[in-house]
Ligand binder design. Structure first.
Ligand code: FRU
Length: 483
């Protein structure tokens, strides 16, 4: 048996053996992509190909920690019915022996090409990285072609996460990097045929330009065009907290500007976080056949108390966000849940105009562990307005301070912790709760808070409160269990 077959067999056997303990976890999610066992991190190779959406993911099947990653694989036609596909990549070759790290997919001459980072560590812990290619005829089985890019001078071995696109008759690739001076950078490559690549220098960061002091490493870059702007999404490491910003261990956000494909340069503005919640990292987008730019992100952050999540007892860890469609409005990126998710809805409860001036108010039919809530035409003219889910996550808007806060009970020590943003006005809230995850879309997706939280498993309560008279309309749906 080849090393590759061996690794696949071991991963599948391990998953089968752990299946019942994993599935007994009350915190298993109902409609979010999660690993069958072990640890999931970044979305990889996200693409709609021959009509089907393929979502690959960083997967450690054997434990709930990081290590020599596989590419796991799910597919869907509609973001509602998902199919678990066979393992796409196992770290079996010398150039990837310590992990088939993150990367992207592109169609070429009717085939599916995936680019990923081969991570290699020697016995002394020295790292090397190779950008590798694998090609598929059917989107399921991949033939590895090995490294197509070796690390150029000027960067440390933290050089990874290739994202490839076609533009103006050429192919481009961005790579997340660290310069020899230990600055985070996004590096650009070009190619005519997807096999021979030329280093075209640093696109941004690396101690120069608009984001020169932005930490020591940029991970998972993604450059795309959206409604007249070029947007570069990446995940910088090493930013210090600044007011309400940069509260997580590492960040994920974007800059907008103009990419010149001739000169390979990118003029852009300042950095904005994509999500204000506790758990959001390494987002990746694709443009689908309807022309929508859709994003998935890993709903966690590296090195941020990952091992304290209670799901570890059930031998699994982490999940993806729900898929979101991106819009660019006034130079800002908005995120809205993809419309297909409406097909998950059952048991609608509608409350017409509600006038509220009391704490802990509950409404008929408005409770549950996997629900969607839509509060619209909200008016909080004085004081505060709040929604509490499972007595473990609370959203509160203060009209005096003009601050929106998400509080959760820490899964590390039970203490209440918070994330915040400034809001001129709270107009609407679109909330997706799924047993142990919450995603809050504020004011049509201008701000998003994504977080894990762990209410006691039988607590399905949803409570509303206001210190002074507040008004809103409310809709609630139960969301179908699809995983
Ligand atoms: C981001 C990341 C990537 C890397 C992958 C390894 O979370 O560190 O930079 O490719 O995870 O799993």
């Amino acid at each position: 048996m080849s090393k590759d077959q061996q690794l696949r067999l071991e991963a599948n056997q391990h998953a089968a053996k752990q299946k019942s303990i994993v599935e007994q976890d009350p915190y298993r999610l109902h409609y979010h992509v999660m690993p069958p066992v072990g640890l999931l991190n970044d979305p990889n190779g996200f693409i709609q190909w021959r009509g089907t959406y393929h979502l690959f993911y960083q997967w450690m099947p054997f434990k709930t920690g990081h290590g020599s990653k596989f590419w796991g694989h799910y597919s869907t036609q509609d973001f509602v019915h998902w199919k678990q596909e066979e393992i796409a990549l196992a770290p079996s070759q010398w150039y990837e022996k310590n992990g088939c790290y993150s990367g992207s997919a592109i169609e070429h001459e009717g085939k599916l090409y995936i680019f990923y980072t081969g991570n290699v560590k020697d016995d002394d812990g020295n790292r090397e990285s190779y950008q590798c290619l694998a090609v598929s005829d059917d989107g399921i089985h991949f033939e590895k072609k090995g490294p197509v890019i070796e690390r150029p001078e000027g960067y440390t071995a933290h050089f990874r996460d290739p994202k490839v696109w076609e533009q103006d008759g050429q192919y481009f690739m961005v790579i997340g990097a660290q310069t020899k001076e230990l600055k985070g950078a996004v590096v650009l490559f070009r190619s005519r045929n997807l096999v021979d690549w030329t280093h075209a220098g640093i696109l941004t960061g690396g101690g120069n330009g608009r984001i020169k002091e932005y930490g020591y490493m940029f991970e998972c870059p993604d450059l795309f065009h959206l409604e007249g702007k070029d947007i570069l999404v990446f995940s910088p490491q090493g930013l210090e907290p600044e007011g309400m910003k940069y509260q997580n261990v590492y960040q994920a956000g974007y800059v907008t500007g103009t990419f010149d494909s001739k000169t390979g340069t990118f003029k852009h503005g300042g950095f904005y976080e994509l999500d204000q919640g506790f758990d959001f990292y390494a987002p990746q987008t694709t443009k689908d056949q309807q022309g929508r730019r859709i994003l998935f992100a890993w709903m966690s952050v590296p090195d941020q108390n990952e091992q304290d999540n209670p799901t570890i007892k059930h031998h699994w860890l982490h999940n993806m966000t729900i898929p979101r469609e991106l819009k660019c409005i006034g130079g800002k990126v908005y995120q809205v849940p993809v419309r297909e998710l409406a097909d998950l809805r059952v048991n609608e409860a509608v409350e017409h105009r509600i006038e509220l001036k009391q704490k802990n108010q509950q409404f008929e039919g408005v409770h549950g562990k996997a629900v969607e809530l839509l509060a619209e035409d909200i008016i909080v003219s004085k004081g505060w307005f709040d929604i509490t889910v499972g007595e473990a996550a609370r959203m509160v808007y203060s009209s005096e301070q003009k601050i929106f806060t998400l509080e959760r009970q820490s899964y590390v020590d039970g203490v209440v912790e918070k994330r915040q943003c400034r809001l001129n006005d709270l107009k609407n809230l679109h909330i997706f709760v799924d047993t142990s995850s919450i995603e809050v879309f504020i004011n049509d997706g201008e701000y998003v808070f994504s977080s894990r939280f762990y209410p006691s498993p039988n607590n399905e309560s949803i409570q509303f409160g206001a210190s002074e008279k507040s008004c809103f309309t409310l809709k609630k749906w139960d969301l179908t269990k699809i995983f």
